[in-house]
Structures are given as C-alpha cells and as structure tokens.
Design a protein around this ligand. Sequence first.
Ligand SMILES: [Zn+2]
Length: 112
Amino acid sequence: MNSNYSTQEVEEAIIAFKKIKRKQLLISIPYILLILAFIVVRIFSPELLSFNPFKEGYMGISGRVITRLFAGFMISYVIFSRSFWKCPSCHRYLGKGTPKCCPNCGIRLQEK
Ligand SMILES: [Zn+2]
C-alpha cells in the first residue's frame, strides 16, 4: 500500500501526523472544557442557561441567543478541526477517527 512512497517520505508523514494529532488535541481542550461548563451549569442551575426562547437565561440573554451561540460554537469547532485534520502528504481531509493510513493517498501515518 505504501509502495509509492520512500521510507523517508513515510517517516516524515508519521512525524508530521504526530504533530497534527497534538495540535488537534490542544484545540479540543478549551472546547471540551466549555462544553463541560455548559453541561454543569445546565444541570445545576437550568434557570441560568435556558434553551427556551421565551425565557430569559443567563444575565437576561434569551434562550434563543444562547442556543445560537452554542450552535455557532459547535460549528466553529467542526470547521476549525476539519481544517487541521489533513493528511501531511496529500493534504486531504482524513475523515473520522485516527487512521493508520491516509484514506486518500494510502501513505502510512502511524507506526505499527
Ligand atoms: Zn494522503
């Protein structure tokens, strides 16, 4: 499957992919923390954070605004992480999960 690539190219791709994975993790941390904070506030004081558009939520912000902010935040994460989650060799999107090889060009991305 990797016959099109030299050993050096594969080694470089594996190193580059390690950096991509680290970057992806660093990007995810603030998002995960915010989502957790959101869930905790929802559980312990749902009156602060309401999805009900007719109810006032946190500091007088309506549920509709909060829902939109949250949706926008999730969309920004998807766009952001997708822009990083690319093959170091062919620069195409790698899809879900952590692939052993690039689904597009077949270069190996992780050591066995
Ligand atoms: Zn590729």
